[in-house]
Write a protein that binds this ligand. Sequence first.
Ligand code: SAH
Ligand code: MG
Length: 197
Amino acid sequence: MVNTNDALKEIELYAEENNVPIMTKEGITFLTNYIKKYNIKRILEIGAAIGYSSIMMALVDEEIEITTIERDEKRYLEAVKNIKKFHLEERINLIYKDAFDVNLTDQYDLVFIDAAKAQNIKFFEKFSKNLKPKGTIITDNMNFHGLVDKEPEEIKSRNLRALVRKLKDYATFLQENKKFDTEFLDIGDGIAISRPI
Ligand code: SAH
Ligand code: MG
């Protein structure tokens, strides 16, 4: 059996060395506490990366089942390895595909959106169909490393400016959404919590 703390540290170190944008400590602590508080058992995650957040969520309790999607081969393979290390392959169903090519019929208590930030509206629209009536959609990186608060002129790269504009559009989309109520929290890299009205 692996030592959980050591194995988690190893994943965190791999993420740092390979520039894999896993959730911050503050963000993951909030997410796992939310799962505990609302007794969430069925989770769909968009953007597995190397499996860090799905492993952390699965470790909350033994009844939790997660489906998570990753399109990058290298990260997917690393996630497979990490999930095996924690003996969580029975409870974490990892799908190696582009999320837009994945069609699920199951309903989830929580949909966690943490993939390509420019596509957030599309992810939200597609996967809100897989949300239980009293479920929650949580979106990570709403602040995108503090860039969302900056003036466009302050952001040098054109691609980054476009990305930040998309994130602002997503925030507006959530604010104006008639079917969901959204709370924006300045936790970790910025978290949005959306619940059906
Ligand atoms: N949730 C992870 C971090 C995810 S990083 C954690 O906190 O541990 C975002 C990941 O989403 C990247 O690995 C990227 O390859 C993946 N991704 C982006 N767009 C995607 C898409 N359309 N389908 C599947 N995966 C996608
Ligand atoms: Mg993230």
